[in-house]
Design a protein around this ligand. Structure first.
Ligand SMILES: [Mn+2]
Length: 338
């Protein structure tokens, strides 16, 4: 009765008179496999109100007919934006079991997201945090909110991570540091942490100055590749400065712009940090990665992924493009959905 998926469906397609439609729609979704090849579904016997509600959900104006052919992707998108797409597919199982796993995860998780595409497998994000932690994890930037998530792991067999990352809000926006200590293990870890400390201690510095500060702080360490990005939503700009192999990529909805870093090793000799500016598009996505990730990935290969939770994006890039013989860090930042 009080299934949360039904409650949310009711919010979306409210009213007692739409209960039969909600039920039918839900059943229809439950039958669609996660990596559905089904593109369209027909909903028949629609009353005028039901037709109008569905058309509104899809953002369409349509003359009433008793049958509506609807694009599953459109419905999925509309429902996903309301946080119920995956839940509608509760009970679906690829292994012929009862299929309670995803449903149980969704019920327990404060964040649940799922990405699946033909040939690309399925990835599920379930985040369990207290409500207060969930809201405070979204840093404010000029009244807008960014969501930043990362995967950062040491090379297999190492306990200390030679990569590190940190985010920090400033008056101008949000700064992100990704640092990759040379090699791996304790000495790489020490270098990375010297950079993190220096970065945190000078929160007003612009990216190029922050790179220089980290460089000086790493003089007695083995050094690192590192990059600093600063996202300002208003005006929409990303300022970026880097030394060595830390990749940056800004997705604008159809293509990625790759950031430019200078050659060299922070902590060694003389470096010449230089800052580059890139437009930050509405709905943009920033990916920063250490060289534990290959450079062959592209968001173009993952239709629709950029609109998912940044943690899911980071997890999928790690899953598919980790080199497996180095520490690896993938940081993904995106404007929060409203
Ligand atoms: Mn590395």
């Amino acid at each position: 009765m009080s299934d949360p998926a039904d409650a949310r469906l009711q919010r979306l397609l409210g009213g007692e008179h739409l209960a039969p439609l909600r039920k039918r729609l839900r059943r229809r979704f439950e039958r669609a496999p996660l990596d559905h090849a089904i593109e369209h579904i027909h909903v028949d016997g629609l009353a005028a109100e039901e037709h109008a509600a569905l058309a509104a959900l899809l953002g369409r104006r349509q003359r009433h007919t008793s049958s509506l052919k609807i694009d599953l992707g459109l419905v999925d998108g509309a429902l996903r934006r309301s946080g119920i797409a995956a839940s509608l597919r509760d009970g679906y199982s690829t292994s012929g079991t009862r299929g309670n796993g995803l449903g149980a995860m969704r019920r327990m998780a404060s964040t649940f997201d799922l990405y699946s595409a033909p040939g690309l497998g399925t990835a599920v994000l379930a985040r369990v945090v207290s409500p207060s932690a969930a809201t405070s994890s979204l840093p404010g930037v000029n009244g807008h909110r960014l969501v930043i998530s990362a995967v950062s792991l040491p090379k297999a067999g190492e306990t200390l991570n030679g990569d590190a990352w940190v985010e920090q809000g400033t008056e101008r926006g949000m700064r992100i540091l990704v640092v990759d200590g040379l090699g791996h293990g304790p000495l790489a870890n020490e270098a990375a942490h010297a950079a993190v400390q220096a970065f945190r201690s000078a929160p007003t510095e612009d990216p190029a100055a922050a790179v220089e500060t980290c460089h000086l702080a790493m003089r007695s360490t083995r050094g690192a590749a590192l990059a600093v990005a600063e996202i300002s939503i208003h005006p929409g700009v990303v300022r970026f400065a880097g030394v060595g192999n830390v990749a940056g990529s800004i997705w604008n909805g159809s293509v990625s712009h790759h950031t430019v870093s200078m050659n060299g090793t922070a902590g060694h000799g003389t470096i010449r940090p230089r800052e580059f500016s890139y437009p930050w598009p509405a709905g943009g996505l920033l990916v920063m990665a250490s060289d534990g990730l290959t450079t062959r990935w592209s968001l173009e290969s993952y239709p629709g992924l950029a609109s998912h939770d940044p943690a899911l994006v980071a997890g999928i890039l790690y899953r598919d493009h980790s080199r497996g013989r180095d520490d690896v860090t993938v940081v993904v930042a995106r404007e929060a959905k409203r």
